[in-house]
Design a protein around this ligand. Structure first.
Ligand code: SF4
Ligand code: SF4
Length: 272
């Protein structure tokens, strides 16, 4: 379930959907849950929706209890990672995922995207320096992981389907696209703090973003259809899709986000 911090052990081979590998993981294997310690797991927006719903928390509560902020290299964009905890009564610096238990993952059905991909890593969710264009996968060969000793053969495509990662990738697609495209910006193109804050709000703190849409002056500035407002009020995934569309408009001036003419004219006047 690792993709980030142990890059020295990562196999540099770029894998595509048809690439094949041998792997099997199951309870009872000697290394069971060894992969759930001392790792860096970047959380995606859909991971947070699933986990906060699973735990009955608001996005803000989930962020405060279980995450840490990081800056994604080459983008300057804020990302969040699962906050690992030092093992109680254990010597050494080993840190454990807050959801790991002796018999496995407490939130297995709602586990994050990175955990589903393991033993593969996905470029867009890693700190890989060359993750700057096409999406690709790579092996995370960790010495303790015995799964590679098995004979069960998978293609990357089959593995993704088996691990239920397709739905995660589908919902996160626009967000991943923002990360990958931002990575290819020239370094002198900096984002304003306000834009970074908006990226954080939409990506990770959806409940607060909903408040922002409905309780700030947002709707005085943008013309949003009633049917959309109804959907995003009730549904986190719809709200996320809406937010990502808005971010794309903010970051790249792409899409058909409609400003309210009076607000647009007032902004232009301020700029003059
Ligand atoms: S085989 Fe690998 S993925 Fe499975 S429990 Fe062991 S270390 Fe984790
Ligand atoms: S979320 Fe579950 S699968 Fe992922 S590292 Fe934590 S315990 Fe392991």
């Amino acid at each position: 379930m690792n993709d980030g911090d142990r890059m020295a052990e990562v196999d540099p081979v770029r894998l595509g959907p048809q690439s094949q590998f041998k792997f099997k993981c199951h309870p009872g294997i000697e290394c069971f849950t060894q992969c759930c310690r001392d790792i860096n797991i970047i959380l995606t927006p859909y991971d947070i929706i699933r986990l906060k719903q699973r735990l009955g928390l608001s996005s803000e509560e989930f962020l405060a209890l279980y995450t840490e902020p990081q800056l994604l290299e080459k983008t300057g964009l804020p990302v969040i990672t699962l906050k690992f905890l030092k093992e109680e009564d254990q010597a050494g610096d080993s840190k454990l995922c807050p959801f790991v238990r002796e018999n496995g993952c407490l939130v297995y059905d709602d586990r994050p995207t990175t955990c589903r991909y393991y033993p593969l890593g996905v470029a867009s969710l890693s700190h890989k320096e060359d993750a700057d264009g096409d999406e690709f996968y790579f092996y995370v060969h960790e010495p303790h992981c015995l799964g590679f000793k098995a004979d069960k053969l998978w293609s990357v495509k089959e593995w993704r389907k088996d691990q239920g990662v397709d739905i995660h990738d589908k919902i996160n697609a626009e967000w991943t696209d923002l990360l990958v495209r931002k990575r290819s910006f020239p370094p002198n193109m900096q984002l304003t703090e306000q834009t970074k804050n908006m990226f954080f709000l939409v990506s990770y703190n959806l409940d607060k973003f909903r408040e922002f849409v409905f309780e700030s002056s947002f709707l005085n500035h943008y013309a949003i259809e009633e049917s959309i407002l109804k959907r995003i009020k009730a549904d986190d995934i719809e709200l996320l899709k809406f937010g990502l569309k808005w971010l794309k408009w903010l970051l790249f001036k792409e899409g058909d986000f409609k400003r309210i003419p009076a607000a647009e004219a007032a902004d232009k006047q301020k700029e003059e």
